[in-house]
Design a protein around this ligand. Sequence first.
Ligand code: GUN
Ligand code: ZN
Length: 428
Amino acid sequence: MDDQLILGQYLSFEGDPRALGLAAARHEASGGVLVRDGRIAAIGDGATLRGAHRDVTVVDHGDGLILPGFIDAHVHFPQTAMIASWGKRLIDWLNSYTFPEEARFGDPDYAAEIAGRYLDLVVSNGTTTVASYCTIHPTSVDAFFDAAQTRGMRALAGKTCMDRNAPDNLRDTAQSAYDDSRALLERWHGRGRLGYVITPRFSPTSTPEQLEALGVLWAEHPECLMQTHISEQLDEIAWVRELYPEARDYLDTYETHGLLGANGLYGHAIHLEPREVDRLVEVGAALIHCPTSNTFIGSGLFNMSLADKMRVGLATDTGGGSSFSMLRTMAAAYEVAQLRGEALHPAELIWRATGGSAEALHLGDKIGRLAVGMEADLCILNLASTPAISQRHTRATTIWEAVFPTIMMGDDRAITQTYIAGRPLKPE
Ligand code: GUN
Ligand code: ZN
């Protein structure tokens, strides 16, 4: 592909603004990003770059805001078609809506249809990387990775493992979970931009034998991430206590089976005990905050101050989450933190949806920031995408005031374009 110079204002962060303050922000009002072979080859003042690179294709987004593409660190692509199902708490919601839908993914055609639909939806929303749960069916993993590969996306996913407390047609075994996960890992991990994630759904749907088997697989493949859920709802925690009477706490059910480590992604993590926090910090694990899900299913309020001492990514948790949009997710993160008495700065919200999620996924050296050598996954925001946002935007005197109305009120109409490795991919 020819070199491309993408012009607009840009905003990126050198690191976590929560720790580094606004000095971590890089905002250029008339900026440019030079893309070569899918990576950022230069970034800086737009006119200067234009003068230095006269023979490149220029795409001028005017005062559109160039951001790193959004990174959604916890999703369930198979829940696309049942998102926003009314009512019920976590366990009933899983049984009533989620499991019947996930059972359909044994059909490879259906899995392919939903994988494509899901990725088109997220790209429309400015998201360039997701870490997805699939279903217990290996075909669902193949469908997801095929669809991501077709679009050139950096994507992470794994076969969801469950060998109890799920319907017959959605149960594997300890052995088949190990065998199937291993075969998928060997097929997909490190192929192009794809990465395999070992995926026990959560302790209630795995026997200790299955957790153990997946712990063994992780020990054999420590280069892979491991994703699971923890402490989302109080009923769920009480259930884990019944199912694992010997465990000190919820985290212990993972810890004693080899499923606690720096490459672990622990979704929700709302009602953690002090010991659990200490251990997660000690091993360097990452938490994934899913705010629209936590309000939608009525789970509770995540404590964002945990980000002072550990990596925290941001995620939609589609379809427990009620949106495909990381803008909507940032808004919900803001609202959840407000209910706990903390007002998150727009800089932190954008960081969590980009570099923060990238670091949670151990991809911070490849995606999530605008810098030379990084992969050219970008989204372009129109900061005046609706009449309501536009009239608010006209009063802005700083970039933070300019972007915050779009964070709070924006949706896919605010996404002018999404570039995957330099390729514009927003569906018409
Ligand atoms: N816990 C276990 N599985 C799920 C799921 O699919 N969604 C949510 N929100 N929580 C879970
Ligand atoms: Zn989830």
